[in-house]
Design a protein around this ligand. Structure first.
Ligand code: 5GP
Ligand code: MN
Length: 356
C-alpha cells in the first residue's frame, strides 16, 4: 500500500474535485525542463487525456533530445516557439497544474502570463518553500521526484486502472533522472514500492536507461573528456571541484541542449570532493549548476549568491557577471563556509568509514 501524508491527501482530494468540474486544463513545467519535469508533465497529460479531460502540456523552452522518446513528446507545446498559442491557452484555461517547480520565476517569460491568468493554480512538486500563488498544493519534499507524486496522485484518486505502460515510462524517467539513477535522494522504501508498481505495468527499465544515458553524440563524449582534462579545477581545502565552459568551447564540440547533462556529477568520483559546480556560459549570462553530497545546502548557497535555488543537494542559479568574475565570486563566497565544510568533512569521514 502507498502511504500518503495527511496534508497531501487533502491536496489530492481537492485537485480531484476541481478536475471533475474543469473544462480546459493546462499542465506546465519549468524553464530548461529536465527528466522529472518532462516525465511528470507527460504522465499527468496522458492520465488526464485518458480520463477524458481536455488538457494541454506546455514548457517555457526546448528540452534535450534524450527525452524525446517519451510518448506524447509531439504534443508538448514550447512557449518560445509558440508564444501566441500558449498565451491563448493560458487565457482559456480554468485550471493550471504546475509540476516540478514552485515559483513563477522558474517560468521566465511565461511567468507574467500565468500571474495574470484567473485560472485556479495547482502545485505538484517536491522543491522546498513553494510561493503563495497556488490554491491547491500536492507538495512533499521527502519524495525523490515530482513523478513519484504523480504516481501517488493517480493511485490515491482510485484511478489505478488508468495507469498504463506509457504513463509508467514517463514516471520511471522522472524518478530515474532525479535520483541520478538511484544514487541519491532515493533511500525511501516507498520509491521502490512505486518502481515495483511500474515494472508490473510492463515498463522496460533497461531500455529507458539506454534511451536516456546511452544516446549521446561522439562530440559530447569528447567535450566531457576536454572538461575533465582541461577545464576542471579542484579546491581540495574546500572539498570542491568545478568545471567551467565558455560558449565558444561548447560550440567547438557541436553543443546541443542536454549535452552537459551529468557533467556536474563527474567530480564526485574524486576522493574527498563533496561539492561540485558547473559554470556554463550562455548567450547573456552564466548558468550555474551546483551539487553536494551530504549536508551542505546548495539551494541556500545558490539562492544567497546566485539568485537561484533548488534542492539541498542539487540547485542552480545564474549571474550576469563574466566567467572570471563569476568564478571569483563563487570562490570568495565558498571560502566563508570553510569551517562548516571542514566539520562536514570530519563527519563524512566518520560516517563513510564506519563499519557498524
Ligand atoms: P540544474 O543544475 O540541473 O539546472 O538544477 C538542479 C535543481 O535546481 C533542479 O531541481 C532545478 O529545478 C533547481 N534549479 C535550477 N536552477 C534554478 C534556479 O535558478 N532557481 C530555482 N529556484 N531553482 C533552480
Ligand atoms: Mn524534480
Amino acid at each position: 500500500m502507498t502511504i500518503v501524508k495527511k496534508n497531501l491527501l487533502a491536496g489530492i482530494r481537492n485537485l480531484d474535485a476541481l478536475l471533475k468540474k474543469s473544462k480546459n486544463v493546462l499542465i506546465l513545467s519549468h524553464y530548461n525542463p529536465d527528466g522529472d519535469a518532462i516525465g511528470s508533465l507527460l504522465a499527468m497529460y496522458h492520465y488526464l487525456v485518458k480520463k477524458g479531460i481536455k488538457s494541454s502540456a506546455v514548457v517555457p523552452n526546448d528540452y534535450p533530445e534524450f527525452l524525446f522518446w517519451m510518448k506524447g513528446t509531439k504534443d508538448v507545446i514550447v512557449f518560445h516557439n509558440n508564444r501566441k498559442k500558449v498565451s491563448d491557452l493560458v487565457r482559456n484555461s480554468d485550471v493550471v497544474i504546475c509540476v516540478d517547480f514552485n515559483d513563477f520565476e522558474r517560468l521566465k517569460g511565461l511567468g507574467p502570463l500565468l500571474k495574470a491568468s484567473t485560472a485556479t493554480k495547482v502545485l505538484i512538486d517536491h522543491h522546498p518553500n513553494p510561493d503563495g500563488n497556488f490554491l491547491i498544493k500536492i507538495h512533499d519534499t521527502s519524495v525523490s521526484s515530482t513523478a513519484e507524486l504523480i504516481y501517488n496522485y493517480i493511485i490515491k484518486t482510485g484511478d489505478k486502472k488508468l495507469l498504463d505502460k506509457t504513463i509508467g515510462e514517463c514516471i520511471f524517467a522522472g524518478i530515474m533522472t532525479d535520483t541520478g539513477c538511484f544514487s541519491f535522494n532515493s533511500s525511501s522504501p516507498s520509491t521502490y514500492h512505486i518502481i515495483s508498481g511500474l515494472l508490473k505495468l510492463g515498463i522496460n527499465k533497461d531500455r529507458i536507461y539506454n534511451l536516456v544515458y546511452d544516446n549521446f553524440s561522439y562530440e559530447r563524449m569528447q567535450l566531457m573528456g576536454y572538461c575533465l582534462n582541461e577545464k576542471m579545477v579542484l579546491l581540495p581545502e574546500l572539498f570542491t571541484a568545478y568545471i567551467y565552459l565558455s560558449s565558444e568551447e561548447m560550440c567547438k564540440f557541436g553543443f546541443k541542449s542536454g549535452d552537459s547533462e551529468g557533467f556536474v556529477n563527474l567530480p564526485f568520483s574524486i576522493k574527498n570532493i563533496f561539492i561540485s559546480v558547473l559554470f556554463a556560459e550562455k548567450r547573456d549570462h552564466i548558468r550555474i549548476s551546483m551539487r553536494s553530497r551530504g549536508d551542505f545546502p546548495v539551494n541556500d548557497f545558490c539562492e544567497k549568491h546566485f539568485n537561484g535555488g533548488g534542492h539541498k543537494n542539487a540547485a542552480g542559479g545564474e549571474t550576469k557577471l563574466g566567467m572570471k568574475d563569476t568564478i571569483q565570486k563563487f570562490r570568495n563566497a565558498l571560502e566563508s563556509y570553510k569551517n562548516e565544510l571542514e566539520l562536514q568533512y570530519k563527519h563524512r569521514q566518520q560516517t563513510l568509514f564506519d563499519t557498524n
